[in-house]
Every structure is written in structure tokens, then in C-alpha cells.
Design a binder for this molecule. Structure first.
Ligand code: ZN
Length: 131
């Protein structure tokens, strides 16, 4: 199991961790298998999509629109971040990528994006390479 540290700077932010995951897969020396990327946080998500500035803004705008902050959520009574948990829930907490010939089988436009939903914070993502 390997760990990636991520420092986020915004309340909602997308961070491309593709290169870090590729580096881990390379160092593990696995030529064929599965790479699992997992976040242990309840207010972050992991997605695979295109890392393009306009799309990154569109994704953040969609999250704001679908799950606005402070809409009378029960959890806001104790923590004031219910929207962060709900956004993380719809994004999901892990992604799996097949490994073939020692490479992650990502499509040309696919990147692994960590989604901060309650930043800024110091975060940790775990990577497990399974032969
Ligand atoms: Zn909370």
C-alpha cells in the first residue's frame, strides 16, 4: 500500500494525481493487474475524467448546483459541512484502473482526479497495486 499526500487550497477543488499514481505503479513493478486508488476521507471523492480547465470549472459548478451549501441539512447542526459529505457520496471514494504491460490502461483523455469537497485541508489517498 502506498500513500499520496495532497494539500488542497480551495473549498472545492480538483487535483490531478495521475502522474503520482503512474509513478507508484512503475515502482511496484507489476506488469499485469489492477490499481486501486482509495480515499479514507468522508468529504472527498475520486473520479476519472478529462483534466481540462473548463471542464474542471463545470464539474465544480455542477456540484454547487446539485448539492448547494446550507440547504437545511441535518448534519449541518453539528458540523456545518453536510454538502461536502453529500458531494463526496455521489462522487465515490475509489477508482480501479487495469494495468497491462506495466501501464495504467487509461484512455487518452482520462486522468485520475481527486475531488476536495471540504477544503482547504491536508489529505491522503492510498494506492494498492494488485498483481
Ligand atoms: Zn461532517
Amino acid at each position: 500500500m502506498r500513500r499520496i499526500e495532497i494539500i488542497t487550497r480551495e473549498s472545492t477543488e480538483l487535483v490531478d494525481i495521475t502522474d503520482k499514481v503512474k509513478e507508484i505503479v512503475k515502482n511496484e513493478g507489476v506488469t499485469s493487474g489492477i490499481c486501486v486508488v482509495f480515499t479514507k476521507h468522508t468529504t472527498t471523492g475520486l473520479i476519472i475524467n478529462e483534466n481540462e480547465a473548463g471542464l474542471r470549472s463545470d464539474i465544480i459548478a455542477l456540484l454547487n448546483e446539485l448539492i448547494p451549501k446550507g440547504r437545511g441539512y441535518m448534519h449541518d447542526r453539528i458540523d456545518n459541512n453536510a454538502h461536502s459529505h453529500l458531494r463526496a457520496m455521489i462522487l465515490g471514494s475509489s477508482v480501479c484502473i487495469p494495468i497491462d504491460q506495466a501501464n495504467l490502461m487509461l484512455g487518452r483523455w482520462q486522468s485520475i482526479l481527486f475531488v476536495e469537497c471540504d477544503g482547504p485541508r491536508k489529505r491522503e489517498v492510498y494506492v494498492k497495486v494488485i498483481p
